[in-house]
Design a protein around this ligand. Structure first.
Ligand code: DX5
Ligand code: ZN
Length: 590
């Protein structure tokens, strides 16, 4: 299936909530993504609300939906397979297929998804399995997600009512691990869902242990409902309002919820033993596995993760650091996973577009056809060429595909800064391959000479550095040549330095690192300068653009936008990204 030019929906359907993310893939960029959550037992209503809101946000209908979540009695089976060969054996896709064939699906169950968890690299010879076997004995593991056939038809019906045609179903635990794929250490996941509590251990090679102790939040609600003789939904409401694992004697005297006569203590007399038992049960099952695989931390997810005091109880029981995953961690991981597996399609698509472009360029050169300017959504992010291979055409295509209009070229002369980088030859080469805006950052002495050279090489904006001799003349010269001109203010330079020249500038670029190298850490003290500069601009009715250069990451970007920045330069964050359009999106103002 080709997902290019389409929009897809990722849904996490839990027993208590529905969360969704919309992705639009036209021109291989994510145009919009959104997150929505409702806690409502009426699943069709919840599904419909999510899909309506997301479709409205992205302005088009979804073509596919990918679904995760337990939404009822699904069965997640871990099936380790053992194979011993006589001689050395190279693993083939056929081996994997035959191992998958051996996975038994219980009667009356419908298999939705089988995912190889331990090896997905069949071409590798002499591959080591997690427990140290070579290719003579192979231990592999698969996850099989199965549904009770009868229940499955109910699920399909629910989805149909909400106009959702699912393309695939995925297991939450598989996705959870993919959400933390950068972490190369053994980890334990505890997912406290409404229907089930599941526990798994992952090593860098994949899932090694999985268990579903089978009691979940709904069992607790039922117990409250029976003990206090109230309805299930009333118990659920009280549980959410007052469940608290920290002892709070005063709560005994205050009403839990004005609508009910129960106190926090009444509810917690049930809640605390429930979680104490559950944790004890997890501990009994998992202790030998912890000794074997030595997880270094616990990732806690699911609705139960919000219960006040649960983290303390778990860290007392396991003596491991605990990270609580955000509410939408599973659905975000699903979207990420789908986006990731589509990468080859996107690459092919981009290459095809580039080929067509080259062909039409050729034709227009031959027939002197006037090029029509392509309408494009422009993003206020400038990639720093220092961190990209500017010699290959794919880099420029990738920039365009993410809506990049301007690129930032760093030039360092070895005098103003210690490093030598860029130069006029390189600039000319970039100019020849890039028809967008060229933003040149001069970290050089002799700004007048360098500015002249850069203008001749085709720069559209020239950013000069402070504390250089002849800066004022250089600014005037750039203006006279009708190019945009700006000044880069180093982290330790105050904005008062620009006082007398501010009116002549098109741009002030706030340096958030010492000039000279990419990959340095953002200096948060410059945020104050951005705010002050934005205030000065407003006060005097000036029009200069405020850009920020150095150490930009998704987290830092937010701070810069809030402080009043208009454009951001990013080097290593974008340069290292495996998914460039996604990384660009993550830097944008939300
Ligand atoms: C630093 C350069 C920056 C640099 C940005 O001297 O002016 O443009 O390339 O790279 P990062 O984002 O990695 O700091
Ligand atoms: Zn720069």
């Amino acid at each position: 299936m080709n997902m290019i030019d389409s929009a897809f929906l990722c849904l996490d359907i839990g027993t208590c909530g529905v969360r969704g993310i919309a992705h639009r893939v036209r021109n291989a960029t994510i145009d919009r993504s959104a997150y929505y959550s409702i806690d409502n037992f009426d699943t069709v209503f919840a599904l419909k609300s999510v899909i309506d809101e997301l479709e409205q946000k992205i302005g088009m209908r979804f073509d596919n939906a990918y679904i995760t979540g337990n939404f009822g009695p699904s069965l997640f089976k871990l099936s380790p397979q053992n194979t011993v060969w006589q001689n050395e054996h190279k693993i083939t896709p056929g081996d994997i297929k035959s191992q998958i064939g051996k996975i038994d699906i219980p009667d009356g169950f419908y298999s939705m998804h089988i995912i190889p968890l331990r090896y997905d690299t069949p071409k590798i010879r002499n591959m080591l399995s997690p427990i140290g076997h070579t290719d003579r004995q192979l231990v592999s593991a698969f996850s099989a997600l199965c549904y009770d056939s009868e229940y499955m038809s109910k699920i399909q019906e629910l989805l149909r009512h909400a106009h959702i045609q699912p393309a695939a179903f995925y297991a939450p635990h598989f996705l959870l691990h993919s959400a933390f794929h950068d972490v190369k250490e053994p980890m334990m996941f505890i997912d406290m869902g409404a229907e089930n509590t599941t526990v798994s251990i992952w090593t860098p090679r994949g899932l090694v242990w999985y268990d579903a102790p089978a009691i979940g939040g709904n069992d607790l609600t039922s117990t409250i409902s029976t003990n206090l003789a109230i309805s299930f939904s009333e118990s659920e409401r009280i549980k959410r309002n007052v469940a608290n694992l920290k002892s709070n004697d005063m709560a005994r005297f205050s009403p839990a919820d004005s609508a009910y006569a129960f106190s926090c203590a009444d509810v917690n007399d049930i809640v605390i033993p429930f979680y104490t038992d559950l944790i004890q049960q997890i501990k009994t099952d998992v202790t030998p596995q912890i000794e074997k695989y030595k997880p270094t931390r616990i990732i806690l997810t699911g609705g139960g993760a919000n219960i006040d005091g649960l983290v303390d109880m778990l860290s007392d029981a396991f003596d491991l650091p605990i990270n609580v995953g955000t509410q939408d961690v599973v659905v975000r991981a699903l979207a990420d996973y789908i986006w990731h597996i589509q990468e080859p399609h996107r690459k092919k698509y981009l290459a095809r577009i580039a080929r067509i472009q080259r062909f039409t360029d050729k034709l227009s050169n031959i027939f002197h056809i006037k090029k029509r300017k392509q309408k494009q959504k422009i993003v206020p992010i400038m990639p720093s060429t220092l961190c990209f291979d500017m010699k290959v055409p794919e880099t420029y295509t990738m920039f365009k595909s993410a809506g990049i209009n301007a690129i930032h070229v760093d030039i360092m002369d070895g005098l103003y800064v210690d490093t030598i980088a860029g130069g006029l030859d390189e600039l000319r080469q970039i100019r020849a391959s890039w028809d967008g805006h060229l933003h040149v950052h001069l970290m050089t002495e002799a700004p007048t000479e360098w500015a002249r050279g850069t203008i001749d090489a085709g720069a559209d904006t020239i950013i000069l550095s402070t504390n250089t001799a002849g800066l004022r003349v250089a600014v005037q010269n750039v203006r006279a040549a009708k190019r945009r001109v700006g000044i880069a203010l180093n982290p330790d330079s105050p904005i008062s330095l620009l006082k007398t020249i501010l009116r002549d500038l098109d741009e002030v670029m706030i340096m958030a690192v010492q000039p000279g190298a990419a990959g340095q850490k953002f200096d948060a003290s410059v945020l104050k300068k951005i705010t002050a500069l934005a205030a000065t601009r407003k006060k005097y009715g000036l029009k200069f653009v405020i850009s920020v250069d150095g150490g930009i990451t998704d987290d830092v970007a937010k701070l810069c936008w809030n402080a009043g920045a208009d454009v951001l330069v990013s080097g290593s964050y974008l340069g290292k990204a495996t998914d460039f359009p996604l990384a660009v999106q993550s830097l944008l103002k939300k």
